[in-house]
Design a protein around this ligand. Structure first.
Ligand code: PHE
Length: 452
């Protein structure tokens, strides 16, 4: 049976391909755009520390659990959770992991595509030299003008959604694997170049201190909730993306080390992005807490003044778009895989899911202009969608996954799938997954509910 299921969606071709695909999913707008701006909004250092703790104590353990579940059943998260719930005799509630995940994916894809559209638009702007010699005010004004134009935003949202759909429709094996093999290292190199540049700016140390000096007086309950939510968002957890990718992982690969690689690369890219962006922010008198525009306002200033800035800037925003693109694919994959298992063709499933997400994305487009004053609990449509997915749905999904694997799967069944050689590491992971992750997520979650 499992052979046939394998054939249905395909399998990653090599040992490194899963790492590449999972890293492609994890590294995206969450690292380059969201992490720096929410760190700015939440006061810096203490937030970063809580975020790192969440990655270690909740993110990595849950990631291992998700991949394990996916590889065990080799089906879409919805069907994987249905099968595993039946097999283990766990309460039916756990089937909900798959469904809620598909819904979260649909919500996330809708706004993700709009923001990725900004990056696409910036490729053209930088290439055309629009930012040469620009100062902080000019860059802020250019960003504001972009947001004020719903038609322009919709066009780029449409382009991005279309690109995402094309790849999903063709299956993940073709194209994506080969492309990522070249592009992920390129992203790394470019980040290093930008990092080198940021070292030469006068604000580098100030930015560094902002990120790494832990001042706990700045930490609110909301910051802790946001840090936890972001640790799930950035690692693509709690909604089935990594579970779906795990389903295409070769059976003989050991899980522990593979997952640590993905977690490490994702965290490094976020921290380096933060160092670059805050160096530029402080060098140009920008506000670290200026919100979603942070990356789009700060980086063009750097590209506008550094040697070769047009070239590096263009390449950088192309890579941001690609990082977003490789993530967007994994956001839609769980729902598409489920539809395919239902007998719908991959092309039709993709078209349907992307179209729905596209329509919902129009709400995000409008929340930056026409609907900017309509607030739900004090948040715009985009903020609400972002809040509810990252800070409620993903942590809840992660909590259920931790409880499911920690408490309802037998140690033998897990070991059999994990192929983990180190007993001690296994015991530590299982302990964290059973006790620490669920308690930490639940505590933060319950506290956070007061914020809604
Ligand atoms: N991890 C991706 C990022 O950081 C976003 C994502 C979320 C991808 C959920 C898949 C699932 O940009």
């Amino acid at each position: 049976m499992s052979e046939q299921k394998r054939g249905m969606h395909g399998i990653w071709s090599g040992r490194w391909t899963f790492i590449l695909a999972a890293t492609g999913s994890a590294v995206g707008l969450g690292n380059l755009w969201k992490f720096p701006y929410i760190t700015g909004e939440n006061g810096g250092g203490a937030f970063v520390l809580v975020y790192l703790a969440c990655i270690l104590l909740a993110g990595i353990p849950v990631m291992l659990a998700e991949v394990l579940l996916g590889r065990k059943e080799r089906m879409s998260p919805i069907n994987t959770m249905a099968a595993m719930t039946d097999k283990t005799g766990a309460p039916k509630l756990f089937r909900g992991i798959g469904w809620m995940g598909a819904l979260s994916g649909f919500f996330i894809l809708s706004f993700y595509s709009v923001i990725a559209g900004w990056a696409l638009l910036y490729v053209g702007k930088i290439a055309a030299g629009a930012f040469v010699g620009i100062d902080a005010d000019g860059s802020g004004a250019a960003f504001g003008a972009m947001l004020a134009d719903p038609v322009g935003l919709t066009i780029w949202h449409t382009v991005f959604m279309f690109l995402t759909g094309v790849v999903i429709a063709r299956g993940v094996n073709k194209g994506l694997e080969a492309t990522l093999k070249v592009l992920m290292p390129l992203l790394f190199v470019l980040m290093l170049i930008l990092f080198g540049y940021s070292l030469t700016t006068p604000g580098f140390m100030q930015g560094f201190h902002f990120l790494f000096d832990f001042d706990f007086s700045k930490l609110s309950t909301e910051s802790v909730v946001v840090a936890l939510g972001h640790s799930f968002f950035t690692l693509s957890l709690g909604m089935g993306a990594i579970m779906a990718y795990g389903a295409y992982m070769p059976g003989d690969q050991s899980l522990g080390r593979t997952i640590l690689w993905v977690g490490f690369l994702d965290t490094m890219i976020a921290l380096v992005a933060g160092m670059i962006i805050f160096a530029i922010v402080f060098s140009n008198g920008l506000e670290p807490s200026s919100g979603p525009g942070l990356m789009f306002v700060s980086l063009p200033i750097a590209f506008g003044s550094m040697p070769g800035g047009i070239f590096f800037g263009t390449v950088f925003f192309i890579l941001v778009s690609i990082a977003a693109w490789s993530s967007a694919i994994s956001i839609a994959e769980p729902a598409v895989a489920w539809a395919v298992e239902k007998g719908i063709s991959r092309v039709k499933a993709t078209a349907g899911i992307c179209s729905f997400a596209w329509v919902l994305g129009l709400g995000t487009v409008l929340s930056f202009n026409e609907w900017a004053d309509y607030k739900i609990f004090g948040k715009t449509f985009f903020d609400s969608l972002d809040f509810i997915t990252s800070n409620v749905m993903l942590p809840l999904g992660g909590l259920l996954i931790a409880i499911f694997v920690g408490w309802f799967m037998s140690s033998d069944a897990i070991k059999d799938e994990m192929k983990m050689k180190n007993e001690t590491l296994f015991s530590i992971w299982r302990f964290v997954l059973r006790f620490i992750s669920p308690v930490a997520i639940a505590l933060i979650f319950i506290n956070g509910l007061g914020l809604i």
